[in-house]
Design a protein around this ligand. Structure first.
Ligand code: HEM
Length: 254
């Protein structure tokens, strides 16, 4: 059985489509290994060399990656939700009821989006705590920490603006209370609230604004910032653990 699998694998990696895609066979020397990393569209996102510690599951707990996956899930489910939802004070609530009761897999779709959003807020916070705990905010990664703060803010704004869209009692009063917090700002409080709501109280103008922010502005900002954030991780040579040579780690462990 083992031989059969080994033969099959050999056949796959020597086949034309495999070679056309990956160019090199299984790497058995450092040069081939680095060529694979630099020449593959998928692998070149990673640095050529990484420290063993940085790929230990418990080092980063994959929290940044999980947050990225949540963003992708939210974007895909969000597009499908837009097929069924109209941001009108007269239709929005009933569109959501219809989605949950009549549309095939509608409830699953809505729950994936809702729980995905809760999960993204949670994992982004935990990711920030991990980065702080491992000291990865220190130079040369300070700019990525700052981008991270904006990412967290954008994640919160996405979550807040999405909350109004179902246009139920919970959403209406949560946004009424949430935006009235802005009025406590001493100089421009009332104006900020008016800008957010598009008028003196929660109404159609607020729904239109929140919808626009939620489906266009916030996802675009998150997309650009995440792209920049990941590019910085790559340019900073991978995770901060990469700067601790494996031998030193071994000495510290002893
Ligand atoms: C939408 C939110 C975010 C996404 C999608 C995201 C994504 C990622 C990913 C995929 C990584 C590399 C792998 C990993 O650590 O798991 C990373 C690393 C990093 N992130 Fe984030 N991140 C987010 C928010 C934040 C926040 C809130 C901060 C801090 C304020 C932050 C600061 C950093 C830093 C400094 C690194 C480098 C870590 C190291 O070298 O060990 N990120 N991020």
């Amino acid at each position: 059985m083992k031989n059969l699998l080994a033969n099959l694998w050999e056949k796959i990696v020597t086949s034309r489509p495999w070679k056309a895609t990956f160019r090199y066979g299984l790497p058995n020397n450092p040069l081939d290994r680095s060529l694979i990393m630099t020449e593959s569209l998928f692998f070149h996102l990673h640095p050529v060399k990484v420290n063993k510690k940085s790929i230990k599951p418990l080092y980063s707990m994959g929290l940044g990656i999980i947050t990225t996956v949540m963003f992708i899930i939210l974007s895909i489910t969000g597009i499908f939700l837009m097929f069924y939802y109209v941001p009108s004070t007269e239709l929005a609530y009933f569109d959501i009821v219809k989605l949950q009761t009549k549309v095939p897999f509608g409830q699953l779709l809505r729950n994936m989006h809702r729980w995905g959003a809760h999960a993204m807020v949670l994992t982004a916070i935990l990711h920030m705590v991990r980065v702080f705990y491992t000291g990865a905010y220190k130079p040369p990664r300070e700019i990525n920490w700052i981008i991270g703060v904006f990412l967290l803010l954008a994640t919160f704004i996405g979550s807040f603006t999405g909350y109004l869209l179902p246009w139920d009692q919970l959403a209406f009063w949560a946004i009424t209370v949430g935006t009235s917090v802005a009025t406590y700002e001493p100089l421009m409080g009332k104006t900020i609230q008016k800008i957010l709501l598009g008028g003196p109280e929660v109404g159609q103008a607020s729904l239109t604004r929140f919808y626009g922010l939620h489906v266009m502005v916030v996802p675009a900002v998150l997309f650009i910032l995440i792209a920049f954030h990941l590019w910085r991780v790559r340019k900073d040579g991978g995770l901060a653990a990469n700067e601790i040579p494996d031998e030193m780690e071994a000495e510290n462990d002893n």
